[in-house]
Ligand binder design. Structure first.
Ligand SMILES: C[S@@+](CC[C@H](N)C(=O)[O-])C[C@H]1O[C@@H](n2cnc3c(N)ncnc32)[C@H](O)[C@@H]1O
Length: 292
């Protein structure tokens, strides 16, 4: 029988020899997942021996990771903002940058609605639309934070929406409605419906995708990542639609590629009352905000 500490050391060295960045971190996550415990528990119980079954399971997962399958797909879960989400190959893995967008929106809503929210009362009843919801990361985080608001989330992929539905259930959210839709097509014929439109749409160029890490290129859905017209096509559909679907004083907040915000400012600067560019944690221009 092998102990936790021995198996972990073997896992780290296997991943390292397969050029996996963060091999210690990944091996710990995988073993903790197999044993259904925390990483701290692993480290506190290094001499404990492991069943043959768990050992086999761990080795299978190490192989998947060595083939560059993203850690989050193997674990089947990811933490996002203050929620936990199921993820698998049907959906894009939510990224840390997008948490900045969610946090910005929460601050904007709090500031602009003039509520403190400290006592859990007086939540605003806004109509919020998340375009291209994938796992539901943005929509579910906002629906939980603003329980009196109606959140609408669309995705073109019915398979992705199966995962969103599961994540709604896991997070106990019921103020969120899902639509299979090509961007705004589910709302065709309407206008001025939403106070907030938020999106993390596909924005990589084909060339950026072709040179992305194997984890992204080989495992994540290409339809979630790549956009025509130098990565701008979907962003432009979203901002063009925002001019019509936002209520007066509403705001559109979109995650973009780092070269996009300056170009968007030129195109949309005069079409909206005000526009703004926000940076990500690496100080790259990453988000474009447009106020109707
Ligand atoms: C980069 S992923 C973002 C997923 C999620 N919002 C997040 O931040 O983790 C983009 C999402 O847009 C969806 N999508 C792509 N084209 C679309 C379209 N024409 N209409 C609706 N959704 C679309 C993809 O299926 C994918 O789920």
């Amino acid at each position: 029988m092998v102990s936790i500490i021995e198996l972990l050391a073997e896992g780290v060295s296997f991943l390292y020899s397969n050029d996996i960045e963060g091999s210690k971190n990944d091996a710990e996550w995988l073993l903790a997942h197999v044993l259904n415990c925390s990483r701290l528990t692993l480290n506190l119980n290094g001499q404990t021996t492991i069943s043959k079954e768990s050992e086999t399971q761990f080795r299978e997962q190490l192989l998947r990771r060595a083939r560059r399958e993203p850690l989050q797909y193997i674990l089947g879960k990811v933490d996002f903002h203050d929620i936990k989400l199921k993820v698998d190959a049907r959906v894009f893995i939510p990224r840390g940058e997008t948490e900045i967008l969610v946090e910005w929106l929460i601050n904007h809503i709090n500031k602009c609605m003039g509520n403190t929210f400290s006592d859990g009362e007086n939540f605003p009843s806004l109509n919020i639309l998340d375009l291209g919801t994938g796992s539901g990361a943005i929509a579910i985080a906002l629906a939980k934070r603003f329980p009196k608001s109606c959140v609408f989330a669309v995705d073109r992929s019915p398979l992705a929406l199966e995962v969103t539905r599961e994540n709604m259930r896991r997070n106990g959210v019921n103020n969120l409605q899902l639509f299979t839709s090509n961007w705004y097509s589910a709302f065709e014929g309407d206008q001025e419906l939403f106070d907030i439109i938020v999106s993390n749409p596909p924005y990589l160029t084909r060339q950026e995708f072709d040179t992305a890490q194997d984890e992204v290129r080989r495992y994540e859905p290409v339809s979630a990542l790549v956009a025509e017209e130098e990565g701008l096509r979907d962003i432009r559909i979203i901002l063009d639609g925002a001019q019509r679907f936002l209520k007066k004083d509403g705001v559109a907040a979109v995650e973009t590629g780092i070269l996009h915000p300056q170009r968007l400012q030129k195109i949309y600067g005069k079409r909206f009352r005000q526009t703004e560019i926000l940076k990500d944690l690496n100080q790259f221009d990453r988000f474009f905000i447009a106020y109707r």
